[in-house]
Design a protein around this ligand. Structure first.
Ligand SMILES: Nc1nc2c(c(=O)[nH]1)N[C@H]1C(S)=C(S)[C@@H](COP(=O)(O)OP(=O)(O)OC[C@H]3O[C@@H](n4cnc5c(=O)[nH]c(N)nc54)[C@H](O)[C@@H]3O)O[C@H]1N2
Ligand SMILES: Nc1nc2c(c(=O)[nH]1)N[C@H]1C(S)=C(S)[C@@H](COP(=O)(O)OP(=O)(O)OC[C@H]3O[C@@H](n4cnc5c(=O)[nH]c(N)nc54)[C@H](O)[C@@H]3O)O[C@H]1N2
Ligand code: SF4
Ligand SMILES: [Mo]
Length: 752
């Protein structure tokens, strides 16, 4: 796509490609004024403060890259689609799903998704549809990456934590490459500041010498999949070196004796052999962490999608809790949140296979098993919103089979994705620049911010914002009380104060209406909001809930007084501050108070996970000689962004999404950069392009994420291979079912 010249003024928005959601300014352009012609970081955004990485500048490929669905589609019996009008679509979708509910119960309908990296308002609006259908189960991508961490954190702290990288003395990244994947604000600025400062230490645990690892003071380049042994050895070395923070442990924790007993028995030299990191380096790192004034750390997919992932999340927490790196500047904290993302609680299991459900999210790797069965409690219908599970979940062939076996699949998306192509109905959404949007990925401390971004463009004819779809569905399902909406609409016209009181009386205090609050807010408050911020209506309800849950930090941010006034003032600020607003100001003392455990004591000993720690002494399982390589299926690179941008031309480099391999391995196989090779795993086989990369450790190979998307139905994938054609659902964590995508057994063969 050629670069259009800009014609309009700079307008505020945000990047939608990773959880940081950096504030941006955009100049529109092109013949129709609908191209994102120029983009730059927005210096007024309270968190990103002008920062943006290379990906943001090419967002026009999201807005104008093709593959758009613009009319509701219904699948014909022969598998092709026909366009239908919205009234037909809404009444048929409501009717089909209600029929499934009436025959088999709302628990047989699964909701998947609710927002990607840039849009979380749909998930908030979807609650009305879910309640209207009596749906019980839901899931999203968090249940294939974060549920292990959520569960462990919930059991140890009763809360979810983050690291203060801006102020830490020592920064530790475990299976995380923030130079490319970000995940912390202004990642490259922060990383460079730590690397440059001789008083600060950057430690990276990664088998690959990533850009982050190359910047680091210490790179622990372990053998892939051996983090459990490495972390156990570091904790053991901390105990041996007497670096436990006894005062912190005595004041705030329980269970240290059991931890000492299990980890004191670790044979550090033997574990050093298993993970391939020299013993001296392990002990040196233990010393750095033990003597650090403050440690901030981040574990991500390199361990969360890997062997022992839940055990590693546990050992990682032991590392900073036994050394007291919690609740002080530069350590870990529990942020104020506008919307709680996940609780980490395990309250019930999946209906068919009895898998643990953490934080209310069905494990992604169990979904196909919960559909492809005769069991009477199987999932029989699904709503997929803003997600592409036919591409993103393990074992795509089986996932496609499962989605095709449903009585009814409804997909809400902007594009005709791999998942949408299997749908009975596709409901076309406005893009994230054609409606107001926001994310709930806000975890900063002590000043946490929220950004409601106004729409940049009028929607074209056809697509609707999800808020409108869910209000229509709730209405079609007989759950939108017209009288209530009419009364509240009149109140909204009389001003927000009047509305607030009426909303509390009519909805918040009324258990029959509260489940449909999001649709009521959109229908009653939405019309009196500026048209470019209408989808922000639900934030009034969320602001009210946040103020009721924890008023002090919100009051410190300037939104104090009685709950209604505070919520109203916060909501008005969210609408007004189009580059984002600081909604909470925390104090470090708040952190310890948020430890939601009996007596406020952090649980160091989790008996089931300590059993696993003891079992590490048996060493790793023997590897299968048929698969001599360890494949990481889904590495983040300069131009990958899950499947948010489908147009392969947006990638400036790496058009084929090459398989990275170390020089020694490449020489042994006789392959060179640019060669084709056959890659085989227990799940499948594909032809890949090879890139020889000295950053790779011997025995480790790596494919990017988000590649291999089909342009249109019937087209083969372009721009690399889809990694989940090669993965299997059974290759998962035994506790929470997260996939082990970073350690897929693999074989590689040169192709003549
Ligand atoms: N550019 C870009 N950024 C993104 C995204 C994107 O698609 N593209 N996606 C976003 C999303 S959804 C997420 S969840 C995050 C993920 O962010 P990250 O977790 O940082 O991303 P990955 O590159 O998948 O994995 C991180 C590292 O794990 C390493 N690794 C592989 N095997 C092992 C191992 O055995 N042990 C250890 N310790 N490390 C190992 C890899 O070499 C890699 O450097 O990124 C977000 N940011
Ligand atoms: N093998 C392997 N698999 C992986 C990973 C890996 O590393 N390896 N990474 C995993 C991770 S960490 C994640 S987070 C998942 C991500 O996978 P998914 O959660 O499935 O999400 P995305 O690929 O981000 O897809 C986002 C969808 O939202 C659509 N969309 C964009 N804007 C809008 C909008 O405004 N409204 C609506 N309704 N839709 C919109 C896009 O077209 C796209 O279909 O992939 C996972 N899968
Ligand atoms: S991809 Fe992430 S770090 Fe880069 S500009 Fe977008 S939100 Fe910011
Ligand atoms: Mo993710």
């Amino acid at each position: 796509m050629s670069r259009p010249s800009p014609t309009g003024p700079w307008k505020p928005t945000a990047c939608i490609l990773c959880e940081c959601n950096c504030g941006l300014e955009v100049q529109l352009g092109g013949d129709d004024g609908r191209r994102l012609a120029r983009l730059r970081g927005d210096t007024s955004h309270p968190v990103s403060r002008g920062y943006a990485c290379e990906k943001a500048h090419r967002l026009d490929h999201y807005q104008n890259g093709g593959a758009r669905v613009t009319r509701p589609l219904r699948q014909r019996p022969d598998g092709t689609f026909e366009a239908i009008d919205w009234d037909t679509a809404i009444s048929e979708v409501a009717g089909r799903l209600a029929a499934v509910r009436d025959a088999h119960g709302g628990a047989s309908i699964l909701y998947y998704g609710g927002g990607g990296q840039g849009n979380h308002l749909p998930g908030a609006y979807a609650t009305a549809t879910r309640r209207a259908l009596g749906m019980r189960y839901r899931s999203n991508a968090l249940a294939q990456e974060k549920t292990g961490e959520f569960w462990v954190s919930h059991r140890m702290l009763g809360a979810q934590t983050r690291g203060d990288f801006e102020h830490c003395d020592v920064a530790l990244f475990v299976g995380k490459n923030p130079w490319f994947s970000h995940g912390i604000p202004r990642a490259r600025v922060t990383l460079k500041a730590i690397a440059r400062d001789p008083r600060r230490t950057l430690i990276v645990i990664d088998p690959r010498r990533t850009k982050t690892a190359a910047l680091a003071d210490v790179h622990l380049q372990l053998a892939p999949g051996t983090d459990a042994w490495l972390l156990a050895a570091i904790v053991a070395a901390l105990l041996e070196g007497d670096w436990v923070d006894d005062a912190f442990v005595a004041a705030h924790t329980e269970g240290m004796d059991a931890v000492r007993a299990a980890l004191g028995a670790v044979d550090v030299p033997a574990y050093s052999d298993i993970c391939g990191v020299p013993e001296a380096q392990i002990r040196a790192v233990a010393r750095v962490i033990g003597e650090a004034g403050s440690l901030a750390s981040y574990e991500d997919l390199g361990v969360q999608m890997n062997r022992h992932s839940t055990v590693v999340s546990y050992l990682h927490r032991l590392l900073w809790l036994t050394t007291g790196h919690f609740g002080r500047p530069g350590t870990r904290y529990v942020p104020s949140v506008l919307v709680p993302m996940a609780t980490g609680e395990h309250k019930y299991d999946t209906p068919v296979t009895g898998q643990r459900i953490i934080g209310g999210l069905v494990p992604c790797n169990a979904i196909a098993d919960e559909i492809l069965t005769d069991h009477p409690d199987r999932f029989r219908a699904m709503i997929v919103e803003s997600a592409n599970p036919a591409h993103s979940l393990a074992d795509s062939p089986r996932m496609r089979q499962a989605l095709a076996a449903l009585d009814c699949l409804v997909v809400i998306d902007v594009a005709l994705t791999e998942t949408a192509r299997l749908a009975d109905y596709v409901l076309p959404a406005c893009t994230q620049f054609e409606k107001a949007e926001a994310t709930f990925f806000n975890f900063e401390f002590p000043r946490n911010a929220f950004h409601l971004r106004p729409r940049l463009l009028e929607p074209p004819p056809g697509p609707l914002p999800e808020a409108e779809m869910h209000a229509r569905l709730a209405d079609a399902l007989g759950c939108l009380d017209d009288e209530c909406v009419t009364a509240l609409r009149a109140a909204a016209e009389a001003g927000l104060d009047r509305y607030a009181r009426a909303f509390v009386a009519q909805v918040a205090m009324n258990p029959a209406r509260m489940p449909f609050a999001s649709a009521i807010l959109y229908r009653s408050l939405g019309p009196s909001l500026p048209a470019d911020r209408r989808e922000g209506a639900v934030l009034f309800g969320l602001a009210l809930r946040a103020v009721m849950a924890d008023p002090a930090p919100i009051a410190r941010a300037g939104f104090g007084g009685d709950p209604l006034s505070a919520a109203t003032a916060l909501f008005e600020a969210m609408l007004r501050e189009t580059s984002g607003v600081v909604f909470a100001v925390d104090e470090w003392a708040d952190v310890m108070r948020r430890v939601d455990r009996p007596g406020g004591r952090i649980a160091l000993a989790l008996p089931d996970l300590l059993d696993e720690v003891r079992a590490l002494a048996k060493g790793p399982p023997a590897s299968d000689p048929a698969f001599p390589f360890t494949l990481s299926a889904g590495e983040r690179r300069a131009f990958t962004a899950n499947t948010i941008i489908r147009d392969p031309h947006w990638r400036r480099k790496d058009p084929d999404g090459a398989l990275r391999i170390g020089p020694e391995d490449a020489a042994a196989l006789g392959v060179r950069s640019g060669d084709r090779a056959r890659l085989t795993t227990p799940g499948g086989s594909a032809v890949v392009t090879v890139a020889v990369d000295p950053a790779m450790r011997a025995g480790h190979i790596s494919l990017p994420n988000g590649t291999g998307l089909g342009a249109a139905p019937g087209d083969g994938p372009t721009g690399g291979i889809a990694p989940n054609e090669l993965t299997r659902t059974a290759h998962r964590d035994p506790f929470v079912g997260t996939p082990l995508h970073k350690s897929v057994p693999a074989r590689l063969e040169a192709m003549g």
